[in-house]
Ligand binder design. Structure first.
Ligand code: GLU
Length: 303
């Protein structure tokens, strides 16, 4: 376990809707992990994707965190106010970046011969790597991924165990600035985690697949690699990750503390494998910290 001052964790919600049981699970796990390690817990609103932001969702999420008794360290940050850092990173990436004129449809069409997992992931075939084809104009900016030898990345996730991905085969050159002008999540998250000194990332397993892209970006930007812990995601009865679009119920903002405890905190704790009994929110957190430490003891890489 790391010493007190060396742990900085964070919860980084996208303001696409209110907090629900799925996002509460990620918030709770990151919060408890910071508490168990006597570290800091930051909150960063990931509002770079202007198309998906919902007005007021950021304040709603922050109010819900507070009502649930999760208090962050320092000031909340908003990615939309940090774009100068992403510009700077882009300059640092220099010749590894190139403009791409391909549409999603063209990339998908280039993969019709691929099967299974490869076909699902929309792997970029490198069409614009050596210059835009005549008649094409720049849409997105992509980062070159080494071709030879292949760029294979490995890491030990504290929950999921050993993970490896061949970025060259499974992803290809990926977008760091989107055709619509918004910064890509992959770049923004790496720059922010690096800038904020985040040492430990605890988040949902839906981002396990993104992690190798983030490791590669950390390497080329010369940023330290944080430790990772990806918790299982809550799914609906169709097996889809819970989100506003897949039917997640937001917390009732006016809910009394007992209702929050019964309907949100205790179910989220059970989902994370914690045996917590409590009759108040304060008692809940008192019991949840040692319960999370117990969960950690059973993981492949307790950290
Ligand atoms: N903003 C992402 C989300 O809400 C989480 C990003 C992260 O934790 O790296 O799904």
């Amino acid at each position: 376990m790391k010493s007190s001052v060396s742990y900085i964790g964070r919860f980084a919600p996208s303001p696409t809707g209110p907090l629900h049981i799925g996002s509460l699970v990620a918030a709770m796990a990151s919060y408890l992990d910071a508490k168990v390690h006597h570290g800091q817990w930051l909150v960063r609103i990931e509002d770079v994707d202007g198309d998906r932001n919902v007005a007021g969702a950021d304040q709603h999420i922050l109010a819900s965190l507070q009502r649930c008794g999760m208090h962050w360290d320092g000031d909340v940050s908003w990615q939309s106010q940090r774009t100068g850092l992403y510009e700077q990173a882009l300059r640092q990436l220099g010749e590894l970046i190139y403009p791409c004129g391909c549409s999603r449809k063209e990339i998908a069409d280039s993969q019709l011969s691929l099967t299974g997992r490869q076909a699902q992931a929309l792997i970029y075939p490198g069409t614009c790597r050596h210059g835009l084809a005549p008649g094409k104009s720049a849409r997105a900016l992509r980062l070159k991924v080494p071709q030879s030898p292949h760029c294979v990345l490995h890491f030990d996730d504290r929950w999921a165990g050993h993970v490896s991905q061949d970025l060259t085969d499974d992803v290809g050159d990926f977008v760091v600035k989107r055709a619509d002008g918004f910064w890509a999540y992959q770049l923004a998250v790496v720059v922010d985690d690096g800038d904020q000194g985040v040492t430990d990332i605890v988040r949902g397993a839906d981002l396990l697949d993104s992690t190798p892209r983030q490791l590669y970006l950390q390497q080329v930007l010369k940023l330290p690699q944080p430790a990772y812990l990806h918790v299982p995601v809550v799914v609906n009865e169709l097996g889809e990750k819970l989100s506003k679009q897949t039917g997640a119920q937001a917390f009732d903002h006016g809910a009394d503390p007992q209702q929050l405890l019964q309907d949100a905190l205790l179910p989220a704790a059970r989902f994370l494998g914690m045996d917590v009994r409590a009759d108040s929110i304060a008692a809940f957190w008192q019991a949840a910290v040692p319960a999370w430490a117990q969960v950690l003891r059973n993981l492949p890489n307790p950290g």
